[in-house]
Design a binder for this molecule. Structure first.
Ligand SMILES: NC(=O)c1ccc[n+]([C@@H]2O[C@H](COP(=O)([O-])OP(=O)(O)OC[C@H]3O[C@@H](n4cnc5c(N)ncnc54)[C@H](OP(=O)(O)O)[C@@H]3O)[C@@H](O)[C@H]2O)c1
Length: 224
């Protein structure tokens, strides 16, 4: 049986990914600060803040206690939106916490789970808002998008590139996925697609992506 670890499984995309992987016979370890509504023999929930200092040790404990010997799929999904769209309104603490959540925590997951990753897939859930190419092109200028979120996702994209170039991890596939606009608590209210539809597209990418890189759940433009 394949094993997946997903961060942010209490709701939204992470919850849907967990449900769909369970239906494909995966064992799923989920993490969130709140409980998860899933009740399934093959679902293990760790109630923790992924930015906390104790999270890596809690993860090590769960792997040892449950006897997991490998991890086929790591999905760094947990994330929240941010405010502050103009220079006067940026909260430095929010900038720090966004970086910590979207980039540093994803890094810590890979670092602590490295011994279990071999011929596995490391997936970072990103956003088109983190694309340096699209930001440089001016796609988001004056449209009210948060500095902190864009910076944090861009940093996460760089993490993906660093991981993809790391010899120690060379047996693994490292992919970033843009979920598209989905109706979740962190998504936009007028999004056309549900988390369920997004998760289906994301799993297609996860199972069929031919190489390291960035992909869109609905096949649209995807650029680092
Ligand atoms: N929805 C979209 O349209 C969209 C578009 C582009 C990118 N994304 C990205 O997709 C990912 C999932 O977003 P979503 O729309 O599913 O958001 P969501 O519905 O708000 O769910 C976010 C999940 O992340 C968890 N989380 C947040 N902070 C956490 C922390 N410190 N420790 C542990 N878990 C934490 C939340 O659980 P707790 O609050 O219980 O901890 C929740 O389970 C995010 O990275 C987001 O940036 C979403």
């Amino acid at each position: 049986m394949n094993t997946a670890l997903i961060t942010g499984t209490s709701k939204g995309i992470g919850l849907e990914l967990a449900k769909q992987l369970l239906s494909r016979n995966y064992t799923v370890i989920g993490i969130a600060r709140s409980p998860c509504p899933i009740e399934h023999d093959n679902y293990f929930h760790l109630t923790a803040d992924i930015t906390s200092e104790e999270c890596p040790q809690l993860l090590k404990d769960i792997f040892l206690d449950q006897g997991f010997s490998r991890l086929d799929l790591l999905i760094n999904n947990a994330g929240v939106g941010a405010t502050g769209c103009s220079i006067e309104t940026i909260d430095v603490n929010e900038l720090r916490s966004q970086f910590e959540l979207h980039c540093v925590s994803a890094f810590k997951m890979v670092q602590v789970l490295c011994p279990y990753l071999d011929n596995s897939k490391i997936v970072n859930i990103t956003s088109r808002l983190g694309s340096t190419k699209l930001n440089a092109r001016g796609d988001f200028n004056g449209k009210g998008f948060s500095y902190a979120y864009r910076i944090a996702k861009a940093a996460q994209n760089m993490l993906s590139l660093c991981l993809a170039g790391d010899e120690r991890l060379s047996s693994n596939l490292v992919i970033s996925i843009i979920p598209g606009l989905l109706r979740t608590d962190s998504g936009s209210r007028d999004a056309k697609n549900t988390a369920e539809e997004g998760a289906q597209g994301m799993l297609d990418v996860i199972f069929f992506a031919p190489a390291n890189g960035i992909y869109h759940a609905f096949g649209h433009e995807a650029e680092y």
